[in-house]
Design a protein. Sequence first.
Length: 174
Amino acid sequence: MTGVLRLGMTALETIGGSNSGMGMLPATPAGILSRHYAEGEKLTYHMTGSNQEWRYAIDANGTAKKDAGGKFYEEYEWSGMISDGAAYALPEASQKFRQKLSLEPDVSLSVPDLSHVDAKIIGPITDLLTIYSDLWLANKMGNFFQGGRSFLFQERHGKFVGGRKLRITGARLN
């Protein structure tokens, strides 16, 4: 059965890993997509989505932190889930789950252990990871130092969802 996944995300308040292959890209100067971290700063995303007939909303509440090496990351907890118009109480394991993300150019992202979270929040968790991965890669490639630019990334070895090309278009960031 095929369906369409629609995702909306609102950044209510924003600030202004592992050694994977992506982490081997050379460092680039900060572009318009870079994040300027302040330790302790609070971040909130409100996500809404629909997958076939199922509709949901959920909040990701985060805090900017520093690791032992002095690198910034964001730690998110998930709450306030609405599933098909009704409040949905997340199980305790999902309430305790923390997602770590970063837009630091020399910190690589990785997929968290999702084996203990409720299946209903796996989509939002991986959607937020995908958004951060796209921003991290676009910033790492150094193509966005001014608004209004676009860049076409053509994959040679793998396949993106739906094809072999990924177009990243610069947007006005506040």
